[in-house]
Design a protein around this ligand. Structure first.
Ligand code: PEP
Length: 250
């Protein structure tokens, strides 16, 4: 979109140990070789790797992110991680409302919204995920689902500085399937318009990423679609060559 620098975001999900740090280093080095002129990058690693990934990436243009945060700043929530903790460990971004969290942990739009607000409070950029299931698409409900999720998950006060939207059709995640370019264009145009109802003019400059089976071979087509301001990349972000190959689409 005119006036928006694209962002390629990686989501390592529950993958990665110390053995994966060379991959982090390769991604950082790749962006130092000029890719950052065309697009920004953030790598959302497991929380256990954040500090080490940040140490490696702080000398590069690539930023670090978490994959989820608790809605509360601290307290009796065993096993959870607050936005402030992610920030302290080196994160600048955090994914909230990923479909795997919505499905595996029953996260509602209201919970996702509270997490986005918690992220802001800690000074993190919230990457808010929305997307329809296969059944919803087959029922012709895609745009209605996106309207509902966006209205429920994006807090008032969202701006291009504190929020990124990620459109991720659930059926396209990790499946190798992608929507047609026309369907991606329709979803992103719809999200831009709906975002305008929540944040007004800020919608024009807020990034809307596409996510779901993005890889180097389809990146040029997907990232060239109107209103697509970058990608959220799962599987293909685990290998530096693939992640950099996607960024090279710009
Ligand atoms: C994701 O998990 O956000 C994702 C888009 O996964 P994949 O790229 O593997 O489909």
């Amino acid at each position: 979109t005119k006036g928006i620098k694209p962002l390629v975001a990686g989501n390592w999900k529950m993958n990665g140990t110390a053995a994966s740090l060379p991959e982090v280093r390769s991604i950082g080095n790749g962006f130092m070789r000029g890719l950052d002129a065309e697009c920004d990058a953030v790598l959302c690693v497991p929380a256990t790797l954040l500090t080490r990934a940040h140490q490696i990436l702080s000398a590069t243009p690539v930023k670090c992110g978490g994959q989820d945060c608790h809605a509360r700043p601290s307290g009796a929530h065993t096993g959870d991680i607050s936005a402030e903790m992610l920030k302290d460990a080196g994160a600048s971004h955090v994914i909230v409302g990923h479909s795997e969290r919505r499905a595996d942990h029953g996260e509602s739009d209201a919970v996702v919204r509270a997490k986005a607000e918690a992220a802001w409070l800690a000074g993190l950029v919230a990457i808010v995920c929305v997307g329809e299931t296969r059944a919803e698409r087959d029922a012709g409900e895609t745009l209605a689902v996106l309207s509902r999720q966006l209205a429920g998950s994006v807090p008032e006060g969202a701006s291009s500085k504190n929020t990124i939207i990620a459109y991720e059709p659930v059926w396209a995640i990790g499946t190798g399937l992608t929507p047609s370019s026309d369907d991606v264009a329709a979803a992103h145009a719809h999200l831009r318009a709906e975002l305008g109802r929540i944040v007004g003019e800020a919608a024009a400059t807020t990034r809307i990423l596409y996510g779901g089976s993005v890889k180097p071979s389809n990146a040029v087509e997907l990232l060239g679609i109107e209103n697509v301001d970058g990608a959220l990349v799962g599987g293909a972000s685990l290998k530096a060559g693939d992640f950099l190959g996607i960024a090279e689409a710009y």
